[in-house]
Design a protein around this ligand. Structure first.
Ligand code: ASP
Length: 342
C-alpha cells in the first residue's frame, strides 16, 4: 500500500490559532492536536496530519533566537518522519522567523511553509482556514517523488513567497506580506501555479544541519535627515555591538558629513561590520553610483544589495554567532546564502 503523505504542523502562537472560549467569550488558543475538529475540511486531504504546539504559545512580538532554535530543532528531530512542515506563527515577526530558519537549516530538502492569519481561525470571516489548507497542500506537493518547494517560505492569502524575501506590509489587509524584489514562487487560484524557475532546488545532497549560534549584538540604524552625532556615536560605541545594519536612502546613500563617516570608520576599525541596506522596499544598493555612497564604500561598509532588513538582521546574527573569521563573515554577507539576495 502506498504510504500516505505526512505533514507536521508546528503551532507557535499568533492570531491564527485563536477561538472564542464559549464560557468566557475571550480569544483562547486552540489545541492543534485536534485541528481536524476546527477545520474538518482537512480530513479530505487523506494526509497524516500531526501537530505540536508550543507551551506556552507566544505572540510573535515575543519571538527571539530561542524560538527559532526550538522550531529548527523540532524540524530536525522530525525530519525523517514527515514529508513537509507547516509553521503557524504570528504575522508580526513572521518574516524574521522565516528568514532565520532559511539560514539555520542547511541541506533542507523538504518544504517548511510558514503561515498565519489576520483573523482568528475561530472567527467566521477568518483568512486562517484558506491559509492553513493551502499551506498544507503546498507542503505536501511532490513531483516524481520529490518536493516541489524544498524551501522555507511564507504562504499568505494567495501567494507563496520565499521567506527571506518577505516583509509584512499590511496590518489591515489579508495580503499582509509582500516580496518586493522576487516574484511569488507560486500563486493559488483555481490551481496552484508554481514558478519552478524561481524555486531553489538542492544541487548537492547534504544531510540536514541546524546552525543554532546567534550573536544578538546587532543593531539597525535607519538614517533620517538631521540625525544627530550623539545618537550615532552612542549607538556605535555600545559595548557588545558587533554588527550594524545601516538603512540608507535610495541606492545606498548617506550623509557625506565628516563626523558621520568618521563614526562608521572607527566602528569598522574596532572590528565591527556594517551592512548597507536600502530604506526603499524595492530595489538595490549600488554603492559608488552617487558620491553619497562612495564614502561608505571607502570606509569598508558592505553592500546588502536587495536584501530585506529582516533577512539582514537574522543573517548577521547567525554569521556573527558562528566561529568564522571576520573576513569570511564579510564574504558570506556579501553573497546570497539561501536566495535572500538577487
Ligand atoms: N500580534 C500577533 C502576532 O504576531 C498578530 C498575528 O498573529 O497576526 O503574534
Amino acid at each position: 500500500m502506498e504510504k500516505s503523505v505526512s505533514i507536521l504542523i508546528i503551532y507557535t502562537g499568533g492570531t491564527i490559532g485563536m477561538v472564542n472560549d464559549p464560557v468566557t467569550g475571550t480569544l483562547v488558543p486552540i489545541d492543534f492536536r485536534h485541528i481536524s475538529d476546527q477545520v474538518p475540511e482537512l480530513q479530505r486531504f487523506g494526509f497524516n496530519l500531526e501537530a505540536v504546539t508550543f507551551d506556552p504559545v507566544i505572540d510573535s512580538s515575543d519571538v527571539s533566537p530561542d524560538t527559532w532554535i526550538r522550531i529548527a530543532n523540532t524540524i530536525f528531530e522530525e525530519y525523517d518522519h514527515f514529508d513537509g512542515f507547516v509553521v503557524l506563527h504570528g504575522t508580526d515577526t513572521m518574516s524574521y522567523s522565516a528568514s532565520a530558519l532559511s539560514f539555520m537549516l542547511t541541506g533542507l530538502e523538504k518544504p517548511v511553509i510558514f503561515t498565519g492569519a489576520q483573523l482568528p481561525i475561530g472567527v467566521l470571516r477568518t483568512d486562517g482556514k484558506e491559509n492553513l489548507i493551502t499551506a498544507i497542500e503546498i507542503a505536501a506537493a511532490c513531483e516524481n517523488g520529490l518536493p516541489l518547494v524544498p524551501e522555507v517560505c511564507i504562504y499568505f492569502e494567495n501567494k507563496l513567497l520565499r521567506g527571506n524575501r518577505t516583509i509584512k506590509f499590511s496590518s489591515e489587509h489579508f495580503n499582509a506580506f509582500t516580496s518586493p524584489n522576487l516574484p511569488p514562487l507560486a500563486e493559488a487560484g483555481l490551481q496552484i501555479r508554481y514558478n519552478r524557475n524561481l524555486i531553489r532546488y538542492p544541487t548537492v545532497r547534504r544531510p540536514l544541519t541546524v546552525s543554532a549560534g546567534f550573536d544578538t549584538g546587532v543593531a539597525v540604524l535607519r538614517l533620517f535627515p538631521g540625525i544627530g552625532q550623539g545618537v550615532v556615536r552612542s549607538l556605535l560605541r555600545t559595548k557588545g555591538l558587533h554588527g550594524l545594519i545601516l538603512e540608507t536612502y535610495g541606492t545606498g546613500n548617506a550623509p557625506t558629513l565628516d563626523w558621520f563617516l568618521g563614526e562608521i570608520r572607527s566602528f569598522i576599525a574596532e572590528g565591527g561590520i556594517v551592512l548597507n541596506v536600502t530604506q526603499c522596499p524595492a530595489g538595490n544598493v549600488e554603492m559608488g553610483l552617487y558620491e553619497t555612497s562612495a564614502g561608505l564604500r571607502t570606509a569598508g561598509v558592505l553592500s546588502g544589495r536587495d536584501i530585506t532588513t529582516e533577512a539582514a538582521v537574522t543573517k548577521m546574527m547567525i554569521l556573527l554567532g558562528s566561529s568564522l573569521p571576520k573576513a569570511r563573515i564579510e564574504t558570506l554577507l556579501s553573497n546570497s546564502l539561501s536566495g535572500e539576495m538577487s
